[in-house]
Design a protein around this ligand. Structure first.
Ligand code: PMP
Length: 399
């Protein structure tokens, strides 16, 4: 009868808690720029047309059998092409150990468990700041965490010198978590030249790069361009790991479809690693869900649907880029003496606004605008209809 007497309520998730508070607010003016989910210009969730068409084609034609432990072979194949390149020798030579994962989160967690099992004394270096769940994932996998410099608050850009120092000062052979593109929450990515220097220094130090790629396509509008960081590391001969997710770039949030891959030295090693990834997955969830994987393999396996997908990714990215310009222009028009250049300099789904926790509290309490207290604005929640209201409120709390 008193089994759970010692259980205290868990702290609210900083991101999902924002949505809860938003939903509970009866104000007609309320704006949710908290969660990183794409919305159209009416603030409505979007199902991509390529996904709708794939669902029409799938409907009624398939059974509900289990997928293999490693997930859909076809989906994984198409997903690797997006990250490693359409004609990648690594794919041809079967050097990549890859399994379907429970979206990006599941890919990160599976990797963290793999790291713990086979490199039990290793640590993970995580950027400051990062997506808050990274800390939870490696904590629950019992991998000790270290941090490295990433964001420079004064310039609202990259702290490249700090980053490089930390890379140099980490013990040789350290594990680093890198955001492949569209860094969450800062919207700040290294330039191509900086990626080359980072990759070079990783080589010198024999570090392992684990790329979390939750926003491929959302930075530039083109998935192929957004994978530049990974390409540079591959060219330099790194054996990397990648977490991929279709939550954002195919709008499949709730379907939980993604992929974890680890580039190995040869086919034999890849087979061994894959079998171990499957063994880790088996007692956790046995095998991954089938529907989302089928949607992805249907879209990417058909040249016309893939073309439509690329257009729809670009449309989403372009709408967000347009809202960045609109928000900045509105703030400047309102006569704000502060610099808002970073709104348009930053890329991807988020603007790391520089608003303080107190200013965010005022936005919420006085203007019914909801966002995380670190000042992160999800640009996907900004619309033609609310950008003026949002700009005015930001102007008021930064006076
Ligand atoms: N990594 C980063 C950096 C993210 O922002 C997200 C989504 N917020 C994820 C991973 C994982 O998302 P999902 O599990 O929905 O693919």
């Amino acid at each position: 009868s008193s089994w759970w007497r010692s259980v205290e309520p868990a702290p609210k998730d900083p991101i999902l808690g924002v949505t809860e508070a938003f939903l509970a607010d009866p104000s007609p003016d309320k704006v949710n720029v908290g969660v990183g989910a794409y919305r159209d210009d009416n603030g409505k969730p979007v199902v991509l047309e390529c996904v709708r068409e794939a669902e029409r084609r799938i409907a009624g034609s398939l059974n509900m059998e289990y997928l293999p432990m490693g997930g859909s072979v076809k989906m994984v194949e198409e997903t690797l092409k997006l990250a490693y390149g359409e004609n990648s020798d690594f794919i041809k030579d079967k050097r990549i150990a890859a399994v379907q994962s429970l979206s990006g989160t599941g890919a990160c967690r599976l990797f963290a468990d793999f790291q713990k099992r086979f490199r039990p004394d290793s640590q993970i270096y995580i950027p400051v700041p990062t997506w808050a769940n990274h800390h939870n994932i490696w904590r629950d996998a019992q991998v000790p965490q270290r941090t490295f410099h990433y964001y420079h608050p004064e310039s609202k850009g990259l702290d490249f010198a700090g980053l490089m120092d930390d890379v140099k000062n980490a013990p040789n052979g350290s594990f680093f978590l890198l955001h492949a593109c569209a860094h969450n929450p800062t919207g700040v990515d290294p330039s191509e030249e900086q990626w080359r220097e980072i990759s070079y220094q990783f080589k010198v130090k024999d570090h392992f790069a684990f790329f979390d790629m939750a926003y491929q396509g959302f930075a530039s509008g083109d998935p192929e361009r957004d994978v530049k960081s990974i390409k540079i590391f591959l060219e330099d001969g790194h054996h990397i790991g990648i977490a991929q997710s279709y939550a954002k770039n195919m709008g499949l949030y709730g379907q939980r479809v993604g992929c974890l891959s680890v580039l190995c030295e040869d086919e034999k090693q890849a087979l061994a690693v894959k079998s171990q990834l499957q063994q880790l997955a088996r007692p956790m969830y046995s095998n991954p869900p089938v529907h989302g994987a089928l949607v992805v393999s249907t879209v990417l396996g058909d040249p016309d649907l893939k073309k439509l997908w690329l257009k729809e990714v670009k449309d989403m990215a372009d709408r967000i880029i347009g809202m960045r310009t609109a928000l900045r222009e509105n703030l400047e028009k309102l006569g704000s003496p502060l610099s808002w250049e970073h709104i348009t300099n930053q890329i991807g789904m988020f603007c790391y606004s520089g608003l303080t926790p107190e200013q965010v509290d005022r936005l919420t309490n006085e203007f019914h605008i909801y966002m995380t207290r670190n000042g992160r604005i999800s640009m996907a929640g900004v619309t033609t209809g609310n950008v003026g209201y949002l700009a005015n409120a930001i102007r008021e709390v930064t006076k």
